[in-house]
Design a protein around this ligand. Structure first.
Ligand code: C2E
Ligand code: MG
Ligand code: MG
Ligand code: MG
Length: 285
């Protein structure tokens, strides 16, 4: 590992296979320890209703501040967690933590806002028999209704076992949770199959959203996803909104919810609560 001069975080350089293996092994060891010691935290990025401009919820995103290496991006540690199986306890922890946060914020705010929190679920977690139990026990442990949680799934989870996926999603809907298809448009999507799944939200990938003003092909893809969602009776969330112009265009095109640095970056728990409190104050004044 070498510290990149231009950046606060570490960049990982592959210097050869042995080095790669060693790096993976130590990240894996360190990640296991971090999980056991409670060194991971969730940050919360606001999701904004594009129609009325008010807060609709947050996406919970895992953060790891390594004691020696500093902040490590989930883009680097989630794949390590998936390959080592650590994603199972990590995912369980994220569900429990998100549910507890909802309960805490409800009691701090007197339950004045019916916000939702989205939690990412890896394809590896979905292959486990106990994933529905994990969701149910996180909800029960925090005494939170399923409809306060949105589970973000990726298309890759659907390819291997279409029938099993449908059964699983039906069971998650049985807990009253909301289901979102994350990074939509980047993977393999069988539309006939998609239409049979109880998906509530399509999340349009950042790679289309961020360039939709300057690239007409990406804009066409965004429009297509929006009309597909309308046809299937699903809502839409656009991720990676960095400018007011893109937020206005998406609103005109009928996208339901927006997420991106234009509104807010992922925030620490306290900063996210302040965002929620400000939204409540704005709507009651
Ligand atoms: P994702 O689920 O697609 O999450 C959205 C990512 O886009 C987040 O990156 C967020 O910080 C970033 N983002 C949001 N708005 C903007 C924007 O306007 N500009 C730019 N440049 N980026 C924006 P993050 O936090 O680095 O997470 C990366 C990925 O790691 C996530 O992508 C998700 O796939 C995975 N991940 C994070 N936490 C968890 C977790 O608890 N469990 C699982 N299974 N995966 C997780
Ligand atoms: Mg996500
Ligand atoms: Mg996403
Ligand atoms: Mg993404």
């Amino acid at each position: 590992l070498k510290r990149a001069k231009s950046s606060k975080t570490f960049e990982l350089y592959a210097v050869g296979a042995l080095d790669t293996a060693r790096r993976r092994f130590s990240l894996e060891t360190d990640l296991r320890r971090a999980l056991n010691r409670g060194e991971l935290v969730l940050h919360y990025q606001p999701l904004v209703d594009l129609e009325c401009g008010s807060l609709s919820g947050f996406e919970a995103l895992a953060r790891w501040d390594h004691p020696d290496l500093g902040p490590i991006s989930p883009v680097d540690f989630i794949p390590v967690a998936e390959e080592s199986g650590l994603i199972v306890p990590l995912g369980r922890w994220a569900l429990e933590e998100a549910a507890k946060t909802i309960a805490r914020w409800d009691s701090r705010s007197g339950g004045q806002k019916d916000f939702r929190v989205s939690v990412n679920m890896s394809a590896v977690q979905m292959q486990r028999d106990d994933v529905v139990d994990a969701v149910a026990s996180a909800l029960k442990g925090a005494n939170v209704d399923g409809n306060r949680i949105t589970i973000e799934l990726t298309e890759s989870a659907f390819i291997n076992d279409p029938a099993g996926t449908k059964t699983l999603l039906d069971a998650l809907k049985g807990l009253d949770t909301n289901l979102a298809m994350d990074d939509f448009g980047t993977g393999y999507s069988n539309l006939a199959y998609l239409q049979q799944l109880p998906i509530d939200v399509l999340k349009i990938d950042r790679s289309f959203v961020s360039e939709m003003l300057v690239n007409k092909d990406k804009r066409a893809i965004v429009r297509t996803v929006l009309s597909l969602a309308r046809a299937l009776g699903m809502k839409t969330t656009a991720e990676g909104i960095e400018t007011i112009e893109i937020s206005q265009l998406l609103r005109r095109l009928g996208c339901s919810v927006g997420q991106g640095y234009y509104y807010a970056r992922p925030l620490s728990e306290d900063a996210a609560y302040a965002f929620l409190a400000a939204d409540i104050a704005a709507s009651t004044s």
